[in-house]
Design a binder for this molecule. Sequence first.
Ligand SMILES: O=P(O)(O)O[C@@H]1[C@@H](OP(=O)(O)O)[C@H](OP(=O)(O)O)[C@H](O)[C@H](OP(=O)(O)O)[C@H]1OP(=O)(O)O
Ligand SMILES: Nc1ncnc2c1ncn2[C@@H]1O[C@H](COP(=O)(O)OP(=O)(O)OP(=O)(O)O)[C@@H](O)[C@H]1O
Length: 509
Amino acid sequence: MPPTPFAPSHTTPFKSTLSTAMHGRRAAPPPAASASWPPSAASLLGALDARHWRFLAEGGANLLVAYDGPAPSPWRGPHGQRLALRLTKRSRALHGASGSTTHAPVDATAWREQVVAPLLGEDVASALPATVCLPLALPAAQAFVEQLAARIEMHRPAARRRQDGIDTHAAQLWAVEDLSAPDAQGRDVLLMEIKPKWGFLPAATHLDGTSAPHKRSTSRYRMHRVLKAQQAGVTVGREQWEQTYDPLQLYADDECSREQAVQALTREWRWGEWPADGARGKKSNNLKLFLKGKEVDTADTQELESWRGHLSSTASVDLDSLESLTGAMLSVLRPALSSDSQLATALQRLAQLQRRLDALDVEGLAARWRSETGCAFGSCSGADGTTSEEASVLLAPPTLEEYAAVVQLFLAHEQRLGRDSDEQAVRQTQAQLAACPLRQATLAFLLSATFKDCSIMLRCLPGQETDTAWRLEVRLIDLDPKPLARLAHYEALDREIVECFATWCEAQK
Ligand SMILES: O=P(O)(O)O[C@@H]1[C@@H](OP(=O)(O)O)[C@H](OP(=O)(O)O)[C@H](O)[C@H](OP(=O)(O)O)[C@H]1OP(=O)(O)O
Ligand SMILES: Nc1ncnc2c1ncn2[C@@H]1O[C@H](COP(=O)(O)OP(=O)(O)OP(=O)(O)O)[C@@H](O)[C@H]1O
């Protein structure tokens, strides 16, 4: 059977088929959305005024601003929906008019419709937020971005400001469903952002004898934490390390493990990574909370108080007790942690995609690259300094059509796998990735990297009237393509992570 075609959702009203109510039930559908929502790019571009926006959040490559202007406006929907703007950033180290920090080789809308959504499958893809691409060719739009960049600069975190700024020469920006916006009744929404990272351990097949014991037993994320601590000059003991967030627990098929993951995420949200001697540690990016459209700063007592007040006016939450804080988080999240919840379904598919598309592991793929091209992974220069024609072709910017073809092959392969166990499925996928053209195996690996780095947004809506239960809506964000130019980095980082972890384990004995 051919894979189910994906029906584009950017032109459809906001979908909430992946919303969960208490006990994992599906939530009632949202109020009937009008056919004109989200609006066209032209009407959104016609209503841009830099004074109507405020800083919302940013990552390594993009920055979000929220609409704070008057209503009615095309940026506000008929049922309280709001659109935010997602702008690309540009590294300060880059000079000249081009050179955005983002690395989108393909059209973002087509990427979503032809690559991301079909891979996620219809159910999970309905969690992708509504998005409209806004081309910035008009001089007025260009002037808007420049004014906006200047206005919000002082609201950005200092560390990010040093590194980059809004790319005022970008060819486009995106209007995206603002997940931090109030609900249809205008009530504040608690938004939880979880960056779950890698949810699997690689198969042993292509692993080196020295890396296998570590990579087969410890999540990549937790090994990476040791390297990051070392790079930051922080000394970490095993007991402290044992308490760190473990993605394998969040992706696990039992509620108890998921609750443990929530506890670890809560600890690091409240006190930061590696707190010592009463001092807060570095802010973690695996769990963030937003209230009233602003990220809750856990170093600010007033903001914590406001978060506590929002959770419940009666329950007493001790802000200095991990147990109490975890209990408060679980009181909101518990329905989403059951195995039949939509969050669990999304996590399960993410882990499957991460694992299957990376079935060779970077070690196996890099070995294949070396043996077929004679060049280092991600490079087209041979040991003798000559350029390999074959590897040059492999490094050409991938087209959307190529990615879409890989997706179709992968989905057809998955159809053949049927109900095989995950282990069998990975073995068979390894065989497929070893036999298909190297270019396709490489693109599959990059697709896996996309799913390893996305975030899950949980819009936590207060219950209606007498119903005190929270309703949770699940969304997936940050599913951008990863650049081919990063291949060498992936191999080097993998080696560095394992070597550092192995040395650290020795030192702990
Ligand atoms: O390599 P990782 O696992 O550290 O992931 C990077 C992330 O670091 P993290 O460990 O989550 O703090 C990193 O996150 P931060 O910028 O550190 O918040 C990015 O997400 C980066 O991807 P990109 O540069 O936006 O394409 C991520 O790079 P990719 O590995 O996804 O290319
Ligand atoms: N639709 C949205 N509504 C509200 N907030 C959002 C939305 N999309 C993104 N954000 C916030 O903006 C941040 C940056 O967005 P995004 O993840 O797209 O950027 P990025 O640079 O690609 O991130 P990363 O560095 O993690 O790869 C997110 O981490 C999240 O906090």
